[in-house]
Design a protein around this ligand. Sequence first.
Ligand code: C2O
Length: 599
Amino acid sequence: MAGFISLPISSIKTPFLPTFNKRNPFPFASNGIVSCKANNNTDSSPPNCLDRRYMLLGLATNLVSDPFALAAPIAPDFSRGCSDAIPVAGAGTIIGDPVPCCPPTSIKIRDFELPRVRKIRYRPPAHLVDCNYLYKFELAMERMRALPDDDPRSLFQQARIHCAYCNEAYIQKEPPLDNPDQKLKVHFSCLFFPFHRMYLYFYERILGDLIDDPDFAMPFWNWDSPCGMTMPEMYVDPASPLYDENRNVDHQPPNLVDLNDGIGTNELKERGIVFDDLSRRGQIKTNLSLMYSEMVRRSKKATSFHGKKYRAGCKFEADQGCRPEPGGGAVENGSHIAIHKFVGAKRPPFNEDMGNFYSAGRDPLFYAHHANVDRMWNIWKTLPGKKRRDFSDRDWLDSSFLFYDEKKNLVRAKVWQFLDTETLGYGYQNVDIPWLRSRPSPRRPRPGQVRGRGQVKVAETIDIRNAFPLVLDKVVRIKVPRPKRSMSKVGEDVEEVLVIENIGIDRNASAKFDVCINDEDDETSARPEDSEFVGSFTNVPHGIDHPDSKLNTSLTLPISDLLEDLDVKDDDDIEVRLVPKEGKGLVSIGNIKIDYIRD
Ligand code: C2O
C-alpha cells in the first residue's frame, strides 16, 4: 500500500544513478565511470552491476516484502480495461464519434528485457539521409502501413498507443483515494521523456523487423539546426508512405519552423505581426536562442528538464503530484509543442494530425520529431555542469508502460531501463549543435528606438496583493517579491524559479503566453534572443471530451542565469510581464511567486 505522505519518498536518496555510457558521441562527454554490461539481464530488475546496491537497499522491484513499501510508480491498470477518446476541435466542439484508442489486448504481459547489443545503430538527421537509406525507410513504412489494422505493429495501432496514453484510455494503478478512476496521462510531467523514448524504441524495432534489418535506425528531424529547420523533404512527397495529408500545407519547405510560436513566419505576416527581424535569419536566430534557453538556462535541474514528479498512491487531495499533468519541462513546453503546432493542419480537421495529441501518432513525421526530442535528452546529460542528471527517485525509475514489440508480444517497460540509449542499442549521429553558441543577451535599443522606463506604457501594472485570480486578456506587469535575494543565503546548488500557479484553461483551447522579466521596453515585448525573455506557456488541444474540461497546471521557469545576465540578482523584486500571444482571455492564473528548487 502506498503512503508516501508518512515518509516522503523523495527524501530517500538512492545511490542508483546509472551512468552506463561507454561511448559518447556528443561534444561534452560525461565520464562513464560505471561500465555496465546490461546485456545478459533477463528479468525486470536493474542491470547486474547494480543489483547488489539495489538489493541492499531493499529496492529490488520483485521483493515480496519491501521494507519501505512506499513505492508509488505510475503504471496503467490494465485489469480495469481501456476506454475510447472523443475527439473535439477547437473550443470544445465535438467533431466526431468516440475514437477507439485502445491497442489490442493480450493476456500475457512480459517484462521488457534489455537487448544484447552487438553494435550501436545511430539515428541519422532526416535532411542528410541518402537514397539507399530512404529506400529502406520507405519500404519499412510502406509495410507498416500495409499491416492489417488489428496488427499491433501497424501504423494504425502505433498511433493508438499515443492516443491511449495521452488521452486517458487507462486508469492509473493506485489512483488517489479521492478519485479511484483517475486516468493516466504521460504529458506535462516527468514521464514525458521516458514514455516517448520507449514508444519510439518499439516503433523503430518494428520497422527494422519489417525489412529484416535489426540495425535499422529511424531518422530524427534536426529542427534545432539551421539546415534542419524545415519539414524534411522526404516527408512532403505526397507519393511517399512518409506523407500525411493532415498537415499545414503552408508550412512545407522552404518555410522555416517557428520554435517560438509554432505559427510560422508567413502566418505571422498574414496576421499583421511583423517583428523587425522577421527574416529567415531572424527566425533561425530566434529558434537557436530558444533552444539555448530551453536546454541550458531552463534545464539545470532534473525537474526543470523532465517536468514535475508525478506518482501514484496519493492519499489526500492535497498531495502534490498525484494527478496527471503537474507541469512539463522546458523542452516539452517549448520547442516540442511548437513543432506539433507548426505541423498540424490549418484547415479542417483543424490541428490534426500533429497538432492534436489524440491524432499526432498518425503522422510519420511525429516519430522523427520525437526522435529529436529524445536526442535532446541525450544532449542534456552531456552539457557542462554536474547537475544535469536524471532523477534517482524510485517512483520515477519504476514507472512502467506497455507496448507491443516487433514480435507482437505485449511487454512492460520500466523507466530505469530506458535511461541510456546505448544500453538499448542506439544513439544519434553526431551533428553540430549551433544553439550551444546562441546564448541570449540583454536587450539593446533597436535602431531608431528610444527605450527605457517612462516610455509609452501599454501594459498595466497590477498590485500582486489583489492580482489573482487573473484572466489574461491583455499584457500585464506584476512586481513579484524575491524572498531570498542573495544566493549565498540559499546555497549555490539552488535554482531560483518563477512559478506561475493554477494556470486554468479549457483543455481544448489553443493558447499561449510569454513571460518576461524586467523588460523595460514597453512597445514590444522581449523575444527569445533577449535575456529578458523567460519562457512561454502553450496549450495544445488534447482532443478529448473530458468530464473535467478545465486543465489546471503550473509553469516553473528557472531564472538564476537571467538575473545574473540582467545584473539584477540583488534586487528585492522582479517585474514579471505576461504577454498573451494566442487565446487572449482564455487563460486564468492563480498566483505567481518566486521559489527555490534543489531537486
Ligand atoms: Cu506525446 Cu509530442 O507528444
